[in-house]
Design a protein around this ligand. Structure first.
Ligand code: PLP
Ligand code: ZN
Length: 550
């Protein structure tokens, strides 16, 4: 196959003063002004004119099919573990719950070390190999250390990773397994970065700037390239990600920008940038309309991955990008993130790490506030896997406990005792009739309830079926849609209230539309809960059920 351009030229442009230098090797800062964020520039017009797109599309799917747009000169230096080309999953269940028809999840958990830092590590370590670097230093909030250590092991490069002590022990062990040196710095991530830099300096070792390196930003572009193709060469309306340093969305935005210049797209998505509430310098500044963020010295979040207190220039770049392409910044508390973790797992079968859940918690807020519109195409970066599950998410109550120690004195398991203990634990099962003519919505509600274990759910497809089902199963609770073609929710409630034996069964109404005053009056006193479809969360639904049943 013919390689598109025979000679590759890469320049570095300073984001602050615009000074341009040819990319010969990774440099710590702009030689002119000292700024540490530099942008790689390629000859996109030559690529476009050479028919590069067709050449690229014939290559194997994977991140390195875009190598002409990555900062590496010789493809023989590529260090790969099969990163990139992750699936774009249509999230129909979560979308239904949030009122977003076109919600897509870019499942970055499926990379070699289970986070989107695999892209960064593959490019960064390949560049190190090309530069003849044999030993390097990087600071990390966890995932960079794991990914760099894995790729460096493959390349035979010695890695020194400096981690803030906030990083969970499991992640530290994961980084250590690849044989590099793991240094736990008791302090914040910003402090760990300083310690790493002075260590590299004193030993004369190469310091990778982590997320602020050219390799990092360039690697993130590949997500945009993949998403655009996965959406049939359309830009999504939104790209959402939780951020720490913030270079992820900056790289993705650069990718969309390059696709526009290559003639493949006509616009870039709005950016949804989400931070953890305990460490949200960007969100705070953005909400105050400030272009410069005040650093957070003491991050108050247990989500170490998102604990960059000082975003520096990255925030200004994001601020400008949002000004240009639209978007919003939002924060989410650790608790909101943990709730989102469960919601995502239960609706879509995706288990994510807390940092990723922050993005989903932010998405939920943006959707509920109407900042993201129902028809918009939304892509969310599902950037990391919860592996292993951190105890904060599940607490110690995730499994049912059966204690048989005091049931019998025999050493073998006393079977009757076990059954008795199980029976004792069982609380009464509550029967619920769900009346919903939208099959998918009905199934979703059923699933939410069944995931909680103690509900027996009977689903009726429409009002007529619902009335019959109520008579047949005598439920403890009825959940009904209002707008249904045959017998609507109002008539179901009328029938129930006219039934001597069943008029006290509580009713929760789910409605897709705003109710008129008259409709509200008609329901008042008749129902114990009213939820607007597309804006409730499973917790709201469960809370209304608990309230109605007590
Ligand atoms: C690195 C990381 C982030 C933050 O990304 P930045 O673009 O560096 O701010 C979010 N989630 C996960 C899982 C990460 O590993
Ligand atoms: Zn400069």
């Amino acid at each position: 196959m013919k390689q598109a351009p025979m000679t590759k030229r890469i320049d570095l442009e300073c984001v602050h003063c615009g000074h341009i230098t040819p990319f010969i090797k990774p440099v710590p800062a702009c030689p002119n002004c000292g700024e540490n964020i530099l942008k790689a520039r390629y000859d996109l017009r030559a690529l476009r004119e050479s028919g590069w797109v067709d050449v690229m599309l014939r290559r194997e799917p994977g991140m390195w099919r875009y190598h002409e747009l990555l900062p590496l000169y010789n493809t023989e230096n590529i260090v790969s573990l099969g990163e990139g080309w992750t699936p774009l999953l249509h999230a129909k269940n979560l979308g239904l719950q949030l009122g977003l028809k076109n919600l897509y999840i870019k499942d970055e958990r499926q990379g070699p070390t289970a986070s989107f830092k695999d892209r960064q590590a593959s490019v960064a370590v390949s560049v190190m190999r090309e530069q003849g670097i044999t030993e390097a230093v990087v600071a990390s909030t966890g995932n960079v250390a794991i990914a760099y250590s894995a790729f460096a092991a493959r390349a035979g490069i010695k890695m020194w990773t400096f981690l803030t002590s906030m990083v969970p022990g499991e992640k530290m062990r994961e980084a250590a397994i690849y044989g590099g040196e793991v240094i736990k710095v008791t302090g914040t991530y910003d402090q760990a970065k300083i310690v790493a830099a002075s260590f590299a300096e004193s030993r004369g070792l190469f310091l990778d700037k982590g997320i602020k390196s050219v390799a990092a930003v360039e690697s993130m572009k590949t997500m945009a390239f993949e998403i655009a193709q996965q959406l049939n060469w359309k830009s999504p309306d939104w790209f959402i990600q939780s951020v720490s340093g913030g270079m992820g969305p900056i790289g993705v935005a650069k990718g969309f920008e390059e696709l526009i210049q290559l003639g493949l797209l006509d616009r870039s998505p709005a950016l949804g940038v989400v931070q953890s509430s305990g460490c949200a310098p960007m969100v705070r500044a953005w909400k105050n309309g400030q272009r410069v963020a005040t650093p957070v010295d003491n991050p108050q979040t247990i989500i170490a991955t998102l604990s960059t207190g000082n975003p520096g220039r990255a925030y200004e770049l994001l601020y400008d990008l949002i000004g240009q392409n639209g978007g919003a910044m939002e924060d989410a508390t650790d608790e909101e993130a943990f709730n989102a973790t469960r919601m995502l797992a239960e609706t879509e079968g995706l288990s994510v790490e807390p940092a990723t859940a922050v993005a989903f918690a932010g998405l939920i807020k943006l959707a509920r506030r109407g900042i993201i519109k129902p028809h918009e195409v939304v892509v969310i970066n599902c950037s990391g896997h919860t592996f292993p599950v951190e105890t904060q998410i599940l607490g110690d109550q995730f499994a049912r406990q059966v204690d048989v120690s005091d049931v019998g004195k025999r050493v073998s398991v006393p079977e009757e005792g076990l059954l008795a203990a199980l029976e004792h634990m069982e609380t009464r099962v509550r029967r619920i009739v769900v009346i919903e003519d939208n099959v998918a919505a009905g199934r979703l509600i059923t699933r939410i309830l069944q995931a909680k274990g103690k509900y027996e759910v009977h689903l009726a497809n429409g009002g007529a079926e619902g009335v019959l089902l109520i008579e047949r199963v005598n439920p403890d609770l009825v959940i009904t849609d209002l707008m249904m073609p045959d017998i609507d929710g109002f008539k179901v409630i009328d029938a129930l209230k006219a039934d001597e034996k069943r008029r006290n069964i509580p009713v929760i109404v789910l409605t897709a539309k705003e109710l008129t005053t008259r409709e509200r009056e008609r329901l008042s006193g008749q129902i114990s809960g009213l939820l607007q479809k597309g804006s409730f969360m499973d917790e709201d639904l469960l809370q209304s059920i608990v309230d109605a049943l007590t």
